[in-house]
Design a protein around this ligand. Structure first.
Ligand code: MF3
Ligand code: CO
Length: 238
């Protein structure tokens, strides 16, 4: 999983370079597939429950699971979330980043920053002996303090020999404390943060989620490993 994560962290840095005005979301998918193959890995999203691409490309009011298309082009001023993952020797990684397309407005920058920072607030509680729902509680508090809202209908998850494993990891505080976190567990923590209301809805394609109020959304995700001390962020190379 360390290797799958390392590849993915680097892959995201390379995908970032493709985010320019005029590029089609399909081109990003094609290049992403090639890069994953180049690492000797497999794309885990492709054919997952029929999903047609190696990467989810979600623009502006699209929250997650946007499907790349030949006739969908990125425009200056958009924000775009890229969510992808790889399999290395049977082990999965999963991570998302939200990037600006060219110059974007101040509010968009703040939305992307708060989303990323919310992830780091959350993983302070991703410690051996901790309670699972404290992660989402911290994420929600940070996001709401900054005037945005967290998506409730979609959650983070365990990850390992499958992309999605138990437990579900909400980005908000449910009733109760959740399971006790133990070292050796591997999670995908993935705050999805809306500029306006927290509600999302599915579109006609059966995959793409959009905000119910049409305002923008950002996504930031990493695969992490619970240790004796601070969690290890497997899909972020610093
Ligand atoms: N990272 C995404 C998630 O955890 C995975 C999407 S699966 C796909 O929800 F099929 F939509 F690609
Ligand atoms: Co995920």
């Amino acid at each position: 999983m360390r290797e799958a994560g390392k590849v993915l962290g680097e892959l995201h840095e390379r995908l970032k370079e493709l985010v320019v005005p005029g590029v089609s979301t399909y081109e990003i998918d094609m290049k992403c597939r090639e890069m994953i193959k180049g690492y000797g890995c497999e794309p885990n999203f492709l054919d997952y429950q029929g999903y047609p691409s190696s990467v989810c490309v979600s623009v502006n009011e699209e929250v997650v699971h946007g499907i790349p298309k030949k006739d969908r082009f990125l425009n200056e001023g958009d924000i775009v979330s890229l969510d992808t993952g790889v399999i290395y020797k049977g082990y999965h990684s999963d991570a998302a980043r939200t990037w600006p397309v060219g110059q974007v407005d101040e509010e968009a920058i703040r939305l992307m920053e708060v989303t990323r920072e919310a992830f780091f607030e959350g993983i302070r509680y991703a410690v051996d002996g901790g309670h699972l729902f404290d992660i989402g509680k911290a994420i929600q508090m940070y996001v709401e303090k900054n005037g945005f809202s967290v998506v409730r209908d979609l959650v983070g998850h365990g990850i390992g020999t499958h992309l999605h494993e138990a437990p579900e990891i909400p980005n908000f505080k449910p009733i109760g404390r959740g399971i006790r976190i133990q070292k050796g567990m591997t999670f995908a923590i993935e705050p999805m943060v809306n500029e306006g209301l927290y509600g999302v809805e599915n579109t006609g394609d059966g995959w793409t989620f959009v905000t119910c109020d049409g305002k923008r959304s950002a996504h930031y995700e990493n695969t992490i490993l619970i240790t004796d001390g601070e969690p290890e962020i497997l899909s972020l190379n610093i």
